[in-house]
Design a protein around this ligand. Structure first.
Ligand code: GTP
Ligand code: SPV
Ligand code: MN
Length: 624
């Protein structure tokens, strides 16, 4: 069968068998294998990857059922510059996205994918984002010529034989096509041998929201290649959600239980490598508190019949940042990755275990670095790549909620936005109302991290931490948030906060110890949530040992705790002093910040919802 632009053009196919055979005809692999999450299939993929030199088995006594993969130097992070949203008009993709005309893009991709899988196995992976029978669930089929990607997909998503049957029987799906772009034979009949990490210097990560299609070419790494994650669960899903009245956000999801046993569910949106996994696995430093994990990167939210906002993590695995993870900063992650884990681009110890910067105070004296070279602490280069990652099943997380797969999700009590910012943004601020909260999300700025190509440390706007992940125009997204807010019933409206764990003290160190101590900030937030809900006269029944809920300041940054309102029990006087510096709202900084926000909104002209200008004007009124 020949593939033409028309053949794959709208209306999109919902016939899995036809799509798979079309792709086979286009990409010309040696063979086709359907893959689901079953032990013998995992074993087969693993054996092939070991033979190809893509992964190495780690010492099973130290790290059972775990592997190390090494990519090439030019395939280590998401490629935002090569990521495209292909909507009928440029406006629909918005100023936040690279746009390509869908017909033009399609014909370019057809050329690239033509014969792109020669000499390889084409894997077909039916998968569900969200538990298969949940009202949140959306299905996909990923086709890939990478066994590493196929194996990772079995951890990151849910892939069952039953789902395969459903899909071949006609259930609608997102069609996610991936090729590393390293065919082993060309049209002239010439052949080349395979390499351990095949990729292509021409990379394309393309989304067709109108067709529910993803075409990814040239990269085998993370969000570029595990298409259920950023491509589907954020870019395509955010577009679906806009049309259908739900939300797909770059968020973690936790359950916090107070010392009195009351449960709260919080979501938090931070840009890439800004602390989601760590907050999702927080081990409280304050006695009596419990934090349980529901998700660490993506949350889908929808309204229920009572007008409550319900949230669910659509993923089945963690693809977490390795560097900085230690038994001190994140013991829960350390336990999660103690088995059944694929590590990518970390260093290897002589004993056959893994290591990365920050894992131990002192580096081992001898390692093999992420590129496979001998390494010592004198080498002067990082042993693990800054964006090295672990792929582990959510179910292995010791703090995962027992009911994390409950089909109905959980009711959201609080929404947190945040970024990585050395100055201006205080440790925590509460929004005055929903509209101000939406402004907080819209005006997030954060330092660039190693999670994507670009200059690390550079400050950039990252509205809702979704800048690289939104499948449509950002001002439409702000409007969507305002519209959802209006539909939430008044007594179930989540409180909105902004946090900054990364404010710097004058000596350049972090002003706030972060990690497990972040529970002190959560404690304050929950008191704010309660004080919003509970009448002052009923405060005697309140959940808190000391009611500090009202000791606040009304500032242009939002409602912030007064000195003493954040619990500092057990802190040294120095720590108390640095807390004061961390919560401070500086008048001059905020005069500049509100000007920046104003200019930022004005940059998007009349497409910015009026409510955001009104919220900003109210803040300006709070400047002295
Ligand atoms: P993505 O998976 O890219 O979306 O990242 P993420 O938002 O899940 O970030 P993650 O939790 O992996 O943290 C990234 C880096 O920030 C790690 O090196 C952490 O050690 C560091 N980090 C996380 N939380 C804190 C904190 O509270 N304080 C400080 N100082 N660093 C933190
Ligand atoms: C991120 O960059 O936000 C990630 C890693 O979670 S990736 O899956 O590569 O997008
Ligand atoms: Mn992420």
């Amino acid at each position: 069968m020949t593939i033409t632009a028309e053949r794959l053009a709208p209306p999109r196919t919902t016939n899995a068998a036809i799509w798979v055979s079309d792709v086979e005809a286009l990409c010309r692999p040696d063979s086709v294998e359907w893959i689901v999450d079953e032990a013998d299939i995992r074993e087969r993929l693993t054996a092939r990857l070991i033979e190809a030199g893509t992964i190495f088995k780690l010492n099973p006594d130290l790290r059972p059922n775990s592997y190390l993969a090494r990519s090439t130097e030019d395939d280590v992070a998401r490629v935002e510059g090569r990521t495209f949203i292909c909507t009928p008009t440029k406006d629909a993709a918005g100023p936040n996205n690279n746009w390509r005309d869908p017909v033009d893009m399609r014909s370019e991709l057809l050329e690239l994918f033509s014969g792109s899988m020669t000499g390889r196995v084409m894997y077909v992976i039916p998968f569900s984002m969200g538990p298969e029978d949940s009202p949140f669930a959306q299905y996909g089929i990923q086709i890939t010529d990478s066994a590493y990607v196929a194996l990772s997909m079995l951890t990151m998503t849910r892939s069952t034989a039953r789902l395969r049957e459903r899909l071949t029987a006609g259930a609608p799906f997102v069609a996610a096509l991936h090729s590393v772009g390293y065919p082993l034979h060309d049209d002239s009949g010439a052949s080349r041998s395979d390499v351990a990490w095949p990729s292509n210097s021409r990379k394309y990560i393309c989304h067709f929201p109108q067709l529910d299609e993803i075409w990814s070419f040239g990269s085998g790494y993370g969000g570029n290649a595990l298409l259920g994650k950023k491509c589907f669960a954020l870019r395509i899903a955010s577009h679906m959600g806009r049309k259908q009245g739900w939300m797909a956000e770059h968020m973690l999801l936790i359950r916090v239980t107070s010392p009195k046993g009351k449960k709260y569910h919080l979501v938090a949106a931070f840009p890439s490598a800004c602390g989601k996994t760590n907050l999702a696995m927080l081990q409280p430093s304050m006695p009596g508190w419990k934090v349980e994990t529901l998700g660490d990167d993506i949350v889908w939210m929808r309204l229920d019949e009572q007008g409550q906002l319900r949230a669910m993590n659509p993923e089945n695995g963690f693809f977490g940042v390795a560097p900085g993870t230690s038994t001190k900063t994140n013991p829960v992650a350390m336990e999660t990755v103690s088995r059944d884990t694929i590590f990518t681009n970390v260093a290897l110890t002589p004993e056959g275990d893994v290591w990365w910067e920050g894992m131990t105070k002192r580096a081992p004296s001898m390692l093999t670095d992420w590129l496979g070279n001998a390494w010592t602490p004198e080498s002067g280069t990082p042993a693990a790549h800054p964006n090295s990652r672990f792929t582990s099943p959510v179910a292995n997380c010791p703090t995962v909620c027992e009911d994390w797969e409950a089909p109905e999700g959980v009711v959201v009590d609080g929404i947190i936005f945040g970024g990585r910012r050395a100055d201006t943004a205080p440790l925590v601020a509460q929004a005055y109302d929903w509209e101000h909260g939406v402004l907080m999300g819209a005006t997030i700025v954060s330092e660039r991290t190693a999670a994507a190509e670009g200059t690390v440390g550079e400050l950039r706007p990252d509205p809702f931490a979704m800048s690289p992940f939104l499948g449509y125009s950002l001002t439409e997204h702000w409007l969507h948030w305002l519209e959802i807010g209006e539909q939430i019933s008044a007594d179930a409206k989540p409180e909105i906060f902004h946090v900054n764990w990364f404010r710097k003290a004058e000596d350049g160190s972090f002003a706030w110890p972060g990690f497990g101590e972040n529970i002190r900030v959560i404690d304050w937030m929950i008191r704010r949530i309660e004080s919003q809900r509970t009448h002052v006269a009923d405060r005697a029944n309140s959940d808190f040992h000391v009611d500090l809920g009202e000791r606040v300041q009304y500032t242009p940054a939002g409602i912030v705790p007064e000195t003493g309102a954040v619990d500092t029990e057990g802190f040294t006087p120095e720590q108390v002093a640095s807390l004061e510096a961390a919560v401070k709202v500086d008048e001059q900084e905020w005069r500049r910040e509100l000007e920046r926000q104003q200019a930022y909104l004005e940059g998007y002209g009349t497409s910015v919802p009026l409510e955001l200008h009104t919220a900003l004007a109210k803040l300006r009124g709070l400047l002295k």
